[in-house]
Design a protein around this ligand. Sequence first.
Ligand code: GLA
Length: 667
Amino acid sequence: MRGGPWFGGDYNPEQWPAEVWTEDADLMRRAGVNLVSLGVFAWSRLEPAPGRFTFDWLDRAMDLLAGAGVGVALATPTASPPPWFSLAHPDALPVTAGGVRLSHGSRDTYCASAPAYRDAARRIAGALADRYAGHPALAMWHVHNEYGTICHCDHAAGAFRRWLRRRYGGLDALNEAWTTAFWSQHYADWSQILPPRATQYLPNPAQVLDFRRFWSDELLRAYTEQRDLLRAATPGTPVTTNFVFGGWVPVDHARWAAEVDVVAVDHYPADPGAGAPEEIAFAANLARCWGDRHGRPWLLVESAPNLIYTGDRMHTKEPGRLKRHALGYVARGSRGAMFFQWRAPRGGAERWHSALVPHAGADSRVYREAVDLGAALGRLGEAAGEPVAADVAVLWDAPSWWALQAPGLPSTHIDYLDAVRAVHRAFWRAGSTVDFAVAGTALDRYRMVVVPNHYLMPDAVAERLRAFAAGGGHLVVTYLSGIADECGRVRLGGYPGALRDVLGIRVEEFHPQPPDATVPLSGGLTGRLWRETVYLAGAAAVEYYTEDGGAEGSGAAGGGAAITRHGTAWYVSTALDDDSYRRLLTRVATEAGVAPAPSGTPAGVEVVRRGRYLFLLNHTAEPAEIPATGVELLTGEPVTGCLTVPPGEVAVLRQPGGAAVAGPPPH
Ligand code: GLA
């Protein structure tokens, strides 16, 4: 993907009369918008009856945007089939695990395994490709929207069985992998296998896990068949689909990243307060690394211009946040910042979602801030392709996340995402940028690798970690990692089965804790949620469980090792609290020789290096004075010795030769 930084958002001209379009083009030009996602939910306006296409309005919109110098990420509208489709093909409506067939009336109401849906999706995508190949506004294809709808219908069952046959070859292997000897679940014929529909008590966890893997692959096939026909029509135009992130999403983005030309990510921080920048860093680091693994750039394609919704109410972003947050993504490699959405709609389910042009119109704070952001992005072109480098990697594994959502685990309080976030937060607070390593990421370029709650561990992953530690890399493994194989079967002989040797320990018992209990450790550290009886088998204890605190399991584990090391392989047998994590990981990072974070910055100022450029985001209400030299890109001013970043503002410094700013560590 050449060019950028890209700036814009979802644009829905089909919701507005012609005079608004003219105003839109003018406002986009004034704001420096150079890319919009067009037609994402426009299927019923593009194909009002089967096979009857009404492209005239889209022609006019494409021409208008081309004239305004705005590129188009043209969507295939397949996330929202029109009413006529659902009525004609009730078998293409999704069925819940409980057997309820959903009705038309919202969006994303389709079954990706239904032949009628797939045929209709290819037909509209093909028609768009034929019509707009070569159009001067066409900059990118945006397939579908946030693949994620799950279905348990008979079409899905058939496709699941075909997927299972490919994965296991024969029923014997499947029965073994799923441990069907338990509770009389042995399958004697493929036709007996169902999606994990609502059942009497706990479902088979391997079946649930495989269904989720299957569904990720099934949705991917729905995407790639559209991608392939778009590529054939427009070989030079990048094709992507926007990833949505969340515990419910049955998509393994790390795998999907191989199939897109740009990793396009939607991100909406859940924390309206001081936690948002860390959430942004987390999402951006993930997106960058999903892309890097396959040599793909990444782009933030959706975020909220103003309001953050926290479940019960919307929170307004205070002045300045729009730009500061957007540049938080750009600092970590995003090729721009795009928003949902350009203009706030008058009606519809998301009539109160924020927009770059709010209900108040262009004479508004939010639009003025959009103009300000557009101008800022326009000055960052020289940094657009610069790499972000990290010495530390955190292992990321969607299947482990899914497996740890299963019922029947030792504790309902274990949350994979929380565990990974805790590690990320520790580095973020220390001012360090981390990478996320996924399957196939070369580990030898890192000095330190952290493996949080990596519950499912295939032999090959354990082997890579072993080789990493054997090569002198500092490996930090936390509880619940390496416990099970890729089918979720527990590895025997003591935990953590796959990594006992490299860690030099053997765990016989674990002791899940009440959610509000504190697990006191030596050295003033504290843990939560979990503790273990750790036997040393070559490793040395670094910190111990202390007797006090009366936590459950203290009789068994009190006084025993809590944190161990075996050469450069460290093990953490509890969920450390934030400060304890920061202390431990800083200690290991120092030993590992991880390059210290850029220093000399006051607390509350985030510093991220992107190649020769330093992004400085002042999240505080005070001006920040930072020792630095170079040129500040947003103002164009030279900086000699000291840079002042105003409260809530951002500075981007081009450094002479890429030297770090001087001074003591930030925290
Ligand atoms: C998602 C969707 C958008 C919109 C926003 C609202 O990211 O892709 O269509 O619904 O959420 O936050």
